[in-house]
Design a binder for this molecule. Structure first.
Ligand SMILES: *Cc1c(COP(=O)(O)O)cnc(C)c1O
Ligand SMILES: [Zn+2]
Length: 391
């Protein structure tokens, strides 16, 4: 049983029913977030009990959005390794440097978490046709979960998306539409198909539940660190699903009374120099992002010129006392080499970007040597082989 009670607009707080199909707040054009009856959950749930359940994201089902656990469409997502980076930590003077290795998820990226939640909920609500504009990995994940759920999927992506994303979508039986442009152009196409042909648009934050799947990364971190949150989380930010999801998770954990300490991590958004709308806005103190023109980076998942949840990303970064930082493609490739050669982790460029960002922050003395720092490797480097570049 879930404690989900309703949805609310992240900007105007308007309430929306959770037992009907929803998209985003029509008044504000802003994301809807899931609200749970946390007071009741606090009474009935014991944080220690989750550890004894079968591993994976759905062991937290009371705090996920499906009404019936039988609705969950799972491929084994979640409970990814949290690894101490001993060598790199020593090299940069950090004693508590970790990486959450999300490459272990089905389809090789953390998009699996969000799409598992979204497809499960869509099926439960009777939706049959799903469409997604994607920079790559979300398409592959939707195709896989839709196949498992027996639903139709259309994936719209830039024609220069990594070939692995195109292939994994096709083989799962999805219709793949390649557009001459960026994810923002794919989004326009998907929006049109949604209106004209009744496809349900699972674009980042245009449906409420992908962020709930990614929220569980925050739960897993809290549990792994014995309910004391780390000091710093470095997150490669595109649409911001995981960043917003984890920040939401920490608030929920607090309300559940499960945290041993009220301190929250500083959230650090890392973006690529060739597409850094969040960094630009954060540095200028703006509360929303400008559309980034001519976005270009090898980190395909970060090629998002403007997130639909730009205001929420900036709000959460500020609230966490965090920051935003950009790294260029050369720094990303160099960090990829460091991760692979000194720790054995072949990270996606987006994941490596978090190490590149951390190296810069250490250089600016923004990280204390003893702080618990968590990097996120959001996908496996193996998905980008045909997309590679000489180092
Ligand atoms: C989508 C994606 C990101 C960005 O994630 P958001 O939660 O949308 O900000 C980062 N890395 C990879 C590999 C991705 O596929
Ligand atoms: Zn609203």
């Amino acid at each position: 049983m879930t404690y989900l009670s309703h949805l609310r607009c992240s900007r105007c707080d308007k309430k929306y029913e959770a037992n009907q199909v929803q998209t985003f707040c029509q008044t504000c054009q802003a994301p809807l977030l899931s609200c749970y009856d946390l007071a009741a959950a606090r009474k009935h749930l014991d944080r220690g009990a989750f550890q004894t359940r079968q591993s994976g994201m759905w062991r937290w089902h009371e705090l996920l959005p499906v009404f019936n656990l039988h609705s969950a469409i799972s491929l084994g997502e979640g409970d990814t390794p949290l690894l101490l980076l001993r060598q790199i930590g020593t090299q940069y003077g950090l004693t508590n440097l970790f990486i959450k290795d999300e490459s272990f998820n089905p389809t090789g990226s953390f998009k699996a978490r969000g799409l598992s939640a979204a497809v499960s909920k869509a099926k439960e609500l009777g939706i049959r046709k799903l469409i997604i504009p994607t920079a790559g990995n979300a398409g592959g994940a939707l195709a896989a979960y839709a196949a498992r759920a027996g639903l139709k999927a259309t994936i719209v992506m830039p024609k220069d998306t990594p070939p692995s994303n195109i292939e994994e979508s096709k083989i799962a039986g999805a219709r793949v539409v390649l557009v001459d442009g960026l994810i923002s152009d794919a989004a326009k196409f998907a929006g049109k198909m949604a209106q004209e042909e009744g496809w349900y648009d699972v674009s980042t934050f245009k449906e409420p539940y992908r962020t709930e799947g990614k929220k569980i990364m925050g739960f897993e971190l809290a549990e792994a660190f014995n309910w004391i949150l780390p000091n710093v989380i470095v997150y490669p930010t595109g649409g911001g699903t995981g960043l917003i999801g984890m920040w939401k998770a920490f608030a929920e954990l607090q309300e559940l009374g499960w945290l041993e300490s009220s301190h929250r991590p500083r959230m650090i958004a890392v973006q690529a120099s060739g597409c850094a709308p969040v960094v630009k806005a954060f540095m200028s103190g703006a509360s929303s992002c400008e559309f980034w023109l001519n976005a270009n980076t090898i980190a395909a998942g970060l090629r998002v010129p403007k997130s639909f949840a730009d205001r929420e990303i900036l709000h959460d970064l500020k609230e966490s006392n965090g920051t935003a930082i950009e790294v260029d493609d050369k720094e990303i490739v160099s960090a990829q080499n460091i991760l692979a050669s000194s720790e054995g982790i072949f990270a996606a460029p987006e994941g490596a970007a978090t190490l590149a960002g951390l190296i810069k922050l250490v250089g600016r003395n923004e990280i204390h040597p003893d702080e618990k720092v968590v990097l996120f490797n959001t996908a496996t480097g193996l998905k980008y082989l045909d997309h590679r570049y000489v180092s």
